[in-house]
Design a protein around this ligand. Sequence first.
Ligand code: ADP
Ligand code: MG
Ligand code: MG
Length: 214
Amino acid sequence: DSREYGRAVAEVLAEVAEAIAAAEDELGRLDAVAGDGDHGRGMLRGVRAAVDAARASVDSGHGVASVLGAAGDAWAGRAGGTSGVLWGAALRSAGGQLGDERSPLGTTDVRAAVWAAIETVQGLGGAEPGDKTLLDALVPFHDALDSAAGSGTPVGAAWQQAARVAQQAADDTAGLRPRIGRARPLADRSVGTPDPGAVSLALCLRTVATAFAR
Ligand code: ADP
Ligand code: MG
Ligand code: MG
């Protein structure tokens, strides 16, 4: 039931935290090219707080929506920085879309949750695809999930395919010029380097994909 999904979310978040810890320095270097260099540190603080909050929510017997909501609030509260606010709100709205009642969850449900996250990120941050932000990995991820849903692909395989698409899209942000956020004033310097928020997002999505593969 929904509590099983909540438990799975807490476990996979812990794996995401390990992946972010391993990538912390590299994410900081990417962010230092045209930003302020704190992206690795902020992601790690946010995701670790999210893990603790998710586990506490699971221990209280909550379902997936509540677990994601608690994780998102903790992430936004502890990360600092733009990406932390966006990640936190995105997790909360993805959870709200899934709800604590629906089970089992399929590709169509997950696609809708990712779409809710995109709308929240756009509503808060005002970025559009092409502005060189994490949306440039998240929107292709969504679109790949959408195609997979259309062809009846089960959620685990769909997520794995879509995570590969997101990784390629994150790599491809190297060719873009930032049009929003802290990197914009140094836009020229950023060209040739991928967007740190897109890179960290793709890493998180790939980490979840490996959990689905087990
Ligand atoms: P800060 O820029 O406040 O130091 P971080 O370094 O943690 O925050 O995160 C930077 C990342 O946040 C960028 O690489 C980009 O992906 C993402 N970002 C910044 N502004 C926006 C926005 N308006 N919409 C979506 N993503 C954004
Ligand atoms: Mg930064
Ligand atoms: Mg900062």
